[in-house]
Ligand binder design. Structure first.
Ligand SMILES: CC(C)(COP(=O)(O)OP(=O)(O)OC[C@H]1O[C@@H](n2cnc3c(N)ncnc32)[C@H](O)[C@@H]1OP(=O)(O)O)[C@@H](O)C(=O)NCCC(=O)NCCS
Length: 183
């Protein structure tokens, strides 16, 4: 994949697994492989396989009708980034959703795709009536100001919460965004 330049991407919502073409499936696997190769804490380890990544996406796409709002940044059929909003299904938490898997391929970072995905996820959460989003993150530059810039508030840190792909235990920070008070 060659380096992506600004304004060559679009954000699309995936409402059915049928929208995923073979080329998109390959680049979704590549997106997770790239994150793991860069040692980002994204739920997988160095020994995770392309099959693990493919199964992960299949599982997520199977829940678009029930609980998942999935947005992809794409250039044609090349997936450059992702974000998932997962709605809580328990009766006392249906007003909240978890903001998950904000990922941008290393060759497409720092041109605004992450910010565009965050905006799409927030707009979607509001549009389906959620009043609270929450997330956990171990990404230093995000927790040191970017999430705040996007309107999130930090609620705290848990040490040794997750492992990086290389096995190192790292702290994770928890954030929330109240949607009925944000503009
Ligand atoms: C976090 C991530 C999604 C950001 O995506 P992106 O497309 O590069 O984000 P943007 O281009 O919209 O930039 C958002 C902000 O982050 C800053 N930023 C992006 N990459 C950065 C880096 N490596 N170091 C410091 N700041 C960085 C940008 O400067 C921008 O801030 P600004 O608006 O003040 O200029 C991407 O780096 C990524 O996928 N990281 C690995 C996975 C991960 O950590 N995901 C988060 C898990 S919760």
């Amino acid at each position: 994949m060659e380096k992506i330049t600004p304004r060559r991407f679009a954000i699309i919502q995936i409402t059915s697994a049928d929208q995923i073409t073979p080329k998109m499936k390959t680049s979704l696997v590549e997106l997770l492989a790239d994150s793991v190769a860069h040692n980002y804490s994204v739920g997988f380890m160095n020994d995770s396989t392309p099959q693990d990544y493919e199964e992960f996406w299949q599982q997520e796409f199977s829940k678009t009708k029930s609980s998942n709002g999935i947005f992809l940044a794409v250039e044609g059929e090349q997936v450059l980034g992702s974000v998932i909003v997962t709605r809580e299904s328990r009766a006392n938490g249906k007003h909240r959703g978890e903001f998950r898997k904000l990922l941008v391929h290393s060759l497409a970072q720092k041109i605004g795709i992450g910010s565009a995905l965050e905006r799409a996820a927030t707009e979607y959460a509001r549009s389906i009536g959620l009043s609270l989003l929450f997330l956990d993150s171990a990404t230093n530059f995000l927790v040191e100001g970017v999430y705040e810039q996007w309107g999130w508030k930090m609620s705290g840190e848990i040490p040794q919460y997750a492992k990086n792909p290389d096995g190192e235990l790292v702290s994770t920070w928890f954030f929330y965004k109240l949607l009925n008070t944000e503009k």
